[in-house]
Design a protein around this ligand. Structure first.
Ligand SMILES: Cc1cc2nc3c(=O)[nH]c(=O)nc-3n(C[C@H](O)[C@H](O)[C@H](O)COP(=O)(O)OP(=O)(O)OC[C@H]3O[C@@H](n4cnc5c(N)ncnc54)[C@H](O)[C@@H]3O)c2cc1C
Length: 597
């Protein structure tokens, strides 16, 4: 495995040049102090943390895995020390609430940081990322007493947090959870139930673990409208300085699984554990969505980070491995054969990964910029527009980055032939580690249903129109830009295809509700191609301008343009097949009777 290197220059290109982050931050009182120099300093320290502290533990963590013994869970050797360094660096509270000890940095920086730590060691990254997501939910929905008590300790890393949704019989369908919360005379609750697959449910990195648990009151309405959210600490902190006492929360076992082996996946038992309500009764799912939406973007970044790391190894290998001769004539006549990077099919694999990682990173920063606008912008109208874009794009980003991330890891593995399949090069670990991102935080099938159903067919806010209007305005503004038409014309066609297919889907769904589920996954993929084409057009615009103005980095910008042209010529045309698949409708899917499968 090539040692992971944070792709700082590529990140700066999107952050500073494509998204013009400093101009954006200068417009908002909460971010004016975030200058280019500050952003670069943060990226440099983040890279150091990822490369020097986390990456060296990636392989050993996978080999050793977590260990369960008598209710305790032990993380692999080195994780505790790494966690301490991570916490001391202030990374957990990077974009946390300043009033409670967070650093209040914009999401655009947090996204790049999370990509780095996911690429360096995604098992490790999951522990602090869950704390950051839970802190966001508490900062938005918890009482001031809970915030004062818990947030500073979560941001400092002294304590960590989990999200406890899944039960043995209830994963996607949280409306049928069985965990119960019994109100107590002092205003607290007693929680009883079993949660499974809880990431970081038990570990030895922090003394206390704060569980955010979904449960129902005995008289709650049935279904999702009866779910409430509770904070249930492993140790109940004492208000008067006496030693804290253990709550009735125990870990029953940990899972043995395909990947992310150094991330503890726990069965958690709540046996009358004391908990505190977060947000309003029966509105727990909405509060939990604050955390889940944060985690969804982070889990998407798992796909991008692992793709980047896989790409680095695959390129290094393709330059060195000598097999066969270039079809146009040997390039290495002194050696026994040419490096495999000369072969068009090897280039297809490398470029597919690279074009995807770069467009995905740009889209992640675009979504993060909308999160920053939704949070920091002084005007309510601007905040609302950005929040609508976030609602539309969060399921797209989670599913796209993790699906394409997994495919990219497999493609990079393929570049190494049989050497990719054996452990030595580390790509088989990346494939195993990337796979889960397609499943947890809501499967990608469910993300696609959310997009096609709630965010498009049943949408009343005009979410897709906001995006389409923005892309159309970009196309109009750049209509006479020199050299950019190779990007703009295909983008215009693909956007047109998305618009007509959306109309078709709305009409079809009005006559048959199965049409949404039948179309959802290819519909999401279609939208991803349009979004990636938009990102590539924006990147190409910057690269062309830099080349036209004369730059010391012609090599860098030229590579951007060539990678973007590969995407437009070889990846984007796939949108026509997706449209045909969608228009194939639900009938072929529903024709087979269940007992004919
Ligand atoms: C390693 C790991 C870590 C995890 N970490 C956490 C955690 O920290 N906290 C937590 O609460 N959970 C966690 N999970 C659970 C994870 O979020 C769930 O596994 C996931 O949401 C899917 O639920 P399920 O496994 O019950 O599958 P099911 O809900 O049973 O789904 C099975 C299949 O049916 C499909 N399906 C289900 N319903 C529908 C529908 N209405 N329409 C169309 N298709 C449908 C799904 O897409 C899926 O393909 C973790 C899981 C794993 C494996």
């Amino acid at each position: 495995m090539a040692a992971y290197k944070a792709p700082i220059r590529d990140m700066q290109f999107i952050l500073h040049e494509v998204m013009a982050a400093e101009n954006l931050f200068a417009q908002m009182p909460g971010t004016v102090e975030v200058t280019t120099d500050l952003m670069d300093a943060i990226l440099d320290s983040a890279a150091q943390m990822a490369e020097e502290v986390l990456a060296p533990l990636n392989r050993s963590g996978d080999e050793e895995g977590c260990r369960f013994d008598k209710g305790e869970v032990y993380t692999p050797v080195g994780f505790k020390e790494a966690y301490r360094a991570f916490a001391q660096g202030g990374w957990i509270g990077l974009s946390g609430d300043v009033q409670h000890g967070g650093q209040g940095m914009p999401k655009m920086l947090a996204v790049l940081f999370e990509e780095m730590i996911m690429g360096a060691n995604c098992s490790f990254a999951l522990y602090p990322i869950l704390s950051a997501g839970a802190s966001l939910a508490l900062a938005r929905h918890a009482s001031s007493e809970l915030k004062d008590e818990y947030l500073p300790r979560l941001y400092s890393g002294e304590w960590s947090a989990t999200m406890c949704l899944t039960e043995p019989h209830a994963g996607t369908d949280l409306g049928i959870i069985k965990s119960r919360a019994q109100p107590q005379a002092d205003g607290s609750y007693r929680l009883t139930g079993t949660k499974i697959f809880i990431t970081g449910g038990q570990q030895d990195l922090t003394r206390n673990i704060v569980h955010l648990v979904l449960a129902k009151l005995p008289d709650a309405p049935p279904g999702p409208k009866g779910i409430s959210l509770f904070l249930v600490p492993r140790e109940l902190p004492s208000a008067h300085g006496e030693p804290a006492v253990f709550n009735q929360v125990t870990c029953g076992s940990i899972e043995h699984k395909m990947g992310i082996k150094a991330s503890a996946t726990c069965v958690m038992n709540f046996d009358g554990a004391r908990g505190y309500l977060v947000g309003e009764l029966n509105k727990g799912l909405a509060c939990m969505f604050t955390m889940m939406n944060y985690e969804r973007l982070s889990i998407g970044l798992q796909g991008i980070g692992l793709s980047e790391s896989s790409y680095q190894t695959a390129v290094a290998y393709a330059r060195e491995r000598l097999q066969g001769l270039a079809a146009t004539g040997a390039t290495n006549p002194a050696g026994p054969a040419d490096p495999i990077i000369v072969h068009p099919d090897v280039r297809r694999m490398l470029l597919s990964v690279r074009a995807d990682v770069e467009a995905g990173r740009a889209l992640a920063l675009y979504v993060a910029s909308q999160l920053d606008l939704a949070h920091f912008h002084p005007e309510p109208g601007a905040r609302a527009r950005a929040a609508n874009l976030v609602a539309l794009l969060t399921p797209v980003a989670k599913a796209a980055f993790s699906d394409r991330g997994f495919e990219s890891c497999v493609l990079a593995q393929q570049v190494l032939g049989g050497h990719g399949y054996v452990r030595e090069w580390g790509l088989e670990q990346n494939v195993r580690d990337a796979r889960i991102a397609q499943i947890y935080e809501g499967t990608n099938g469910i993300q696609a249903l959310d997009l096609a159903g709630r965010k498009v067919v049943r949408d009343r806010e005009g979410l897709l129109e906001i995006l389409a209007t923005e892309i159309t305005a970009f196309l109009a503004q750049e209509s006479s830009a020199d050299g950019l038409q190779d990007f703009l014309n295909p983008l215009r066609d693909a956007l047109g295809g998305l618009s007509t297919t959306t109309l078709w889907l709305k009409q079809a769904a009005a006559g048959n509700p199965d049409e949404i589920g039948a179309a959802s996954v290819p519909y999401l993929r279609l939208m991803v191609l349009v979004l990636y084409a938009y990102m590539w057009a924006r990147m190409a615009k910057v690269a062309l301008a830099a080349l036209q103005n004369g730059t010391g980095e012609a090599y860098f910008y030229d590579a951007k343009l060539k990678t973007g042209r590969f995407f437009i010529a070889r990846v984007l045309p796939g949108y026509s097949a997706l449209i045909a698949e969608i228009r194939g409708g639900s009938a072929p899917l529903m024709a087979l009777a269940a007992d004919q499968f």
